[in-house]
Design a binder for this molecule. Structure first.
Ligand SMILES: Nc1ncnc2c1ncn2[C@@H]1O[C@H](COP(=O)(O)OP(=O)(O)OP(=O)(O)O)[C@@H](O)[C@H]1O
Length: 932
């Protein structure tokens, strides 16, 4: 029993212990479960929070991007003064070829973008606030972006706004948590007015009016917005600060008595704009501006302050309704201020907190601009407007597409704008065929020519137009058209540029002769095709190359200033070209600072009559008809354009853009140059200040080149050296260096491509280094060179040296040697000059005066038959009489680096040549003297 009891106790204890152990185990399990659950819960919470933070950051970043895009769009829609905050505001036009600006009136409430600070990651409540704020901003943006006419929002410019920087991004366990920096930027609220809408402003939003008007006036070119303020109670108030605009005719305050007149005038304006300006071609001024890039009419804003519209007479109400319906397209806008609901009730409306055109977006209105800002701006705009219309920029006048026009019917080019904003074009063709441009120095002639050339070169391709440009002035105003060291581009239409030619009137003559030759060629072609004018020739000969030619000669009075043969021939050529060029497409544009003073011109009424297009710059004399005084009063940088020979009824006053400035010209020339056709050659450049180097070109056989002729092709002046009596050359004058250059160029070019013999004798110490260097260069060229120390040596047995090949006797300062010759020596010299050429021995001699040459040829009664050709340097024309075909000698006024060349066998009249510089082709004299 006791055993059983003991066993039972033992079992019971065992059971109790086991139960207790199991209970412990279960408790431990339960505790473990609780711990696990707690841990999981905290993990989940952490994941959740990170997820939220990521979403928050992504959302913030999206909002920020949208915000920034909106700000940029805003800056584009309301540039410069249309959107700038008052703090930094000044009148400044942002008007481009694009649409009229939108105008800022405040900010979008709730559009401020409050982005979270750097770590720690945002807590849930902060995230909620931020999301709510940005959501409102986005909604407002979206609303604006989808509104008609409001494709962009605006910003109060970047100066006020600091756009949010993109934050760093960190990646944690699969979650990319962007960490943006904190920044705040509110979106400006813009409203449409100019070219887009009318507006009502509630009384409680009236504080927006001065700012709105100031932006409308200051964000477009001065004078392009005009204000008519109907103020029946004559309160004026904040608008009185605009008073300065009144003096310039840009603002009118109207009382009740002036209302009808104003309404009628505005309705009439709308009618006129529709009938005369839009003329059925454009639906609105905005459309016209978009198509043409110009705005011919101002915006007119009629502000009605507290107008009791309900009490207006029926006529006035009807006129207001007309303006309401038709005004916007014609640039006439209504701004109705007050709470009166009569009249045009359905206008977009601005209240203290919103704009009906922007439903759902709350707007915080900007405060009014400081009065000082308004007064200063009104004064500046008025002054600018009174100073005259700003000329259009050159780029605005040029066509969008290059070279789209055909020159067959004529040449047209925009050169500026009239006061009404119309583009002024100059025409050249059958009528008017030629132009005279006049104005005193500094009046802008060259600039006008630049603008004209820019227009022509942009409208017509080089196949349609060829330009020849000459400037007789000192300076290089036309040099820009040719390829230069600083700017290698050229104007592809230009065939010839002449600069610094004030001393080389012959170059003007050369151009006219060249044009006359072209005239002859065209006349022949026209005859062959039975055409009477260029347009017909082009139609009959479509494969032919018949561009219209425009020859522009600046300061052309220089060409005609002397009473001499050059003027006589120039006038004859001008007459011929002016008369017949019209039908052959050759047009002359002659510009001068003193057209009144050109006697040669006014003595030829038939010549002047051909120049029916006249352009007179300020203070130009006699360009227009005698009773036409428009040039006396035309403002600076304007021109009077008249295509009826200057008759006063045909004046157009044109503001000319600044075309000469490098910023305006260089990009255009680059564009034209890049578009040049294959094979387009740079223009020939004649620079009167430049001494040409002897080039490597070889002349025809048995020919020497003496210098460059002053002609369009810059040819060499040739001396034919064939076996015939008289084929000698006398260089006359005392300029040793030039004489040496002429002899050097002649010998070097004669030696090119053929074997020649040369006898060299230098009797002038100054020329000796050059003569020695020439001897060395000729030997290098393959010539057989004999050096003689005296003229006697040269003349002695000259016939023995003749072997039938071309042989040149180069004698420097013949007269220095001939004075020392004995009688047989003198006779030998004469024989050599008379008989040498037939044996192919040609003397190229330099005599320092005509009498000394004559002496060597036989004295006072001597004939000059032995010397066919002469080249005079510093010898006056009358001294050349014995050698010249013209009685009394040629009209020749010696000048540095110029010679007068005449070859009896070839020339009818002497021609001017520029002795080449030969130094580059000769070894240095020191090097020659050092030779063993
Ligand atoms: N429309 C214009 N807008 C701005 N500047 C201009 C305009 N026309 C001329 N100018 C400037 O006025 C100055 C004189 O102009 P330009 O050289 O064309 O006159 P000009 O009559 O040819 O004078 P000159 O015969 O002395 O050369 C230049 O500095 C030129 O840039």
């Amino acid at each position: 029993m006791s055993d059983e009891l003991g066993r039972a106790r033992g079992e019971a204890r065992f059971l109790a212990e086991r139960t207790a152990a199991e209970a412990d185990h279960e408790r431990a399990k339960a505790e473990q479960a609780i711990t696990d659950a707690t841990r999981k819960q905290s993990q989940l919470r952490s994941i959740h929070e990170r997820m939220l933070a990521t979403l928050e950051a992504r959302s913030a970043s999206a909002v920020q991007s949208a915000h920034e895009a909106a700000l940029q769009a805003a800056r584009d829609a309301a540039p410069t003064a249309a959107g700038a905050p008052w703090r930094a505001w000044k009148p400044e036009s942002g008007l481009t070829r694009g649409a009229a600006p939108m105008l800022r009136i405040g900010t979008l409430a709730d559009s401020e973008q409050i982005l979270p600070s750097p770590p720690p990651v945002p807590t849930r409540p902060a995230a909620t606030t931020s999301a709510a704020t940005t959501a409102a901003g986005i909604q407002a943006l979206t609303t604006m972006a989808t509104m008609p006419d409001m494709t962009a929002t605006s910003a109060a410019t970047g100066t006020l706004l600091e756009c949010a920087d993109a934050g760093d991004a960190s990646v944690t366990e699969g979650y990319d948590i962007a960490v943006p920096t904190a920044t705040a930027a509110s979106l400006p609220a813009l409203i449409p007015l100019l070219d887009r809408a009318h507006l009502r402003i509630d009384t409680d939003a009236a504080q927006a009016l001065p700012g709105l008007l100031l932006r409308a006036v200051g964000s477009v070119p001065a004078g392009l917005t005009r204000l008519h303020v109907y103020d029946p109670e004559r309160l004026g108030g904040s608008l009185s600060a605009f008073a300065a605009l009144g003096k310039a005719g840009l603002l009118a305050f109207i009382g009740p008595s002036g209302l009808r007149e104003t309404l009628d005038a505005l309705v009439e304006t709308v009618r006129r704009v529709n009938a005369e300006v839009l003329a059925g071609e454009h639906a609105s001024l905005a459309e016209l501006a978009a198509a043409t890039g110009r705005r011919p009419e101002p915006w007119r804003i009629l502000v009605l302050l507290n107008a009791d519209l309900a009490t207006w007479p029926a006529h006035d109400q009807a006129q207001l309704a007309r303006l309401r319906r038709t005004g916007v397209a014609a640039g006439v806008h209504l701004v109705v201020v007050g709470d009166d609901t009569a009249g045009p009730a359905d206008l977009p409306r601005l209240t203290a907190t919103g704009y009906t055109g922007l439903p759902g977006a709350a707007i915080g209105l900007d405060g009014p601009p400081p009065l000082g800002t308004i007064t200063a701006a009104a004064k500046a705009v008025a002054e600018k407007h009174s100073a005259g219309r700003e000329p259009a920029r050159l780029v605005d006048l040029l066509p969008q597409r290059l070279w789209a026009a055909s020159s067959a019917p004529g040449l047209f080019a925009a050169i500026g704008e009239t006061a009404a904003g119309d583009v002024a074009r100059l025409a050249l063709g059958d009528n008017p065929p030629h132009a005279l441009v006049g104005g005193p120095s500094g009046s802008g002639k060259t600039n006008l020519l630049y603008a004209w050339i820019a227009g022509l070169a942009s409208n017509y391709s080089p196949d349609e137009l060829a330009l020849y440009l000459l400037d007789f002035k000192e300076g290089v105003s036309f040099a820009r058209f040719a390829s230069g060291r600083r700017d290698p581009t050229w104007l592809p239409h230009v065939r010839l540029v002449g600069v610094n030619i004030n001393d080389d009137r012959e170059f003007g003559l050369a151009l006219l002769r060249h044009l006359k030759e072209e005239l002859r060629r065209r006349a022949e072609a026209a005859k062959a095709h039975e055409a009477t004018k260029l347009e017909e020739l082009r139609a009959a000969d479509p494969e032919g190359h018949w561009p219209r030619i425009v020859a522009v000669v600046d300061e052309f009075q220089v060409l005609l200033e002397a009473r001499d043969a050059v003027t006589d021939e120039a006038v004859q050529l001008l007459e011929d070209l002016a008369r017949r060029g019209r039908s052959q497409g050759i047009h002359l544009v002659l510009a001068s600072q003193d057209i009144a003073g050109i006697e040669a011109l006014w003595g030829r009424p038939s010549l002047v009559a051909q120049f029916t297009l006249r352009v007179a710059l300020p203070k130009a004399r006699r360009v227009l008809a005698e009773n036409n005084h428009a040039a006396d009063t035309v403002p600076r940088f304007h021109a009077v354009v008249n295509d009826e020979s200057g008759h006063s009824g045909a004046n157009r006053i044109v503001a000319v853009p600044n075309a000469g400035h490098a910023d305006a010209w260089e990009p255009l020339q680059k564009r034209l140059w890049e578009a040049r056709p294959n094979g387009n050659e740079p223009p020939a450049l004649f620079d009167g200040d430049h001494v040409p180097d002897l080039t490597a070109t070889a002349p025809p056989p048995e020919t020497a080149l003496l210098g460059q002729t002053i002609d369009v092709a810059s040819r060499g002046a040739e001396l034919a050296l064939h076996r015939a009596p008289g084929r000698n050359l006398a260089i006359l004058g005392t300029r040793a260096a030039e004489a040496a250059d002429i002899l050097g160029a002649a010998a070097l070019t004669a030696a090119r491509g053929q074997r020649i013999g040369v006898d060299l004798c230098c009797l002038e110490p100054d020329a000796a280094p050059s003569a020695l260097a020439l001897a060395s260069a000729l030997e290098a060229e393959g010539a057989e060179v004999d050096w003689h120390d005296s003229l006697a040596e040269v003349c002695n047995d000259w016939a023995g040296r003749c072997d039938g090949t071309l042989r040149l006797n180069l004698v420097y300062a013949v007269d220095a040697g001939s004075a020392r010759l004995d009688a047989p020596g003198t006779a030998a010299l004469r024989r050599m000059l008379i008989d040498g050429p037939e044996q192919h021995l040609h003397t190229l001699g330099w005599w320092r005066s005509v009498p000394r040459l004559r002496e060597d040829l036989g004295g006072f009664s001597a004939r000059f038959d032995a010397v066919d050709a002469w080249l005079a340097l510093d010898v006056q024309g009358p001294e050349l009489a014995p050698l010249s075909p013209a009685s009394g000698g040629p009209a020749w006024y010696p000048r540095v680096r110029r010679g007068l060349y005449f070859d009896r066998a070839r020339h009818r009249t002497p021609q001017v040549v520029i002795p080449y510089r030969t130094a580059a082709l000769l070894p240095r004299p020191e090097a020659v003297l050092d030779l063993p």
